[in-house]
Design a protein around this ligand. Sequence first.
Ligand SMILES: [Zn+2]
Length: 129
Amino acid sequence: MSLSERRRPENQDVVKKMADLLRAGAAMLSERCPICGLPLFRLKSGEVVCPVHGRVYIVKTESEATRITVQGVLENLERIAAEEIAKALEKRSQGLDGLVRWLDVLERTERILSIMQGSGKTKEEERKG
Ligand SMILES: [Zn+2]
């Protein structure tokens, strides 16, 4: 048993999902999901999806692949920073130093992510409409 097989426990579900996609008129593509390596499907709407991960970006160039990797790392970092901030708030004895540092990480991460996502809009602005 390879590790990758153990990390995909829902093989049956995946096969079923793929069958469902085909039945719905989706076309199987030669491109593969950058996360799990499964073939991607193009829906009738033109959207490209992975049977496991849902909507994915098709990677055409090396630099685009790097960008998506960086984006994934940043999203992890964003989550970790949020968790650390929550922890720091729980244990108030820790002082503000750690909290401020994590807030700094969170702020930078979110700024970089919003630039990478190319919207040019922060979450705050989107909420205002
Ligand atoms: Zn996938």
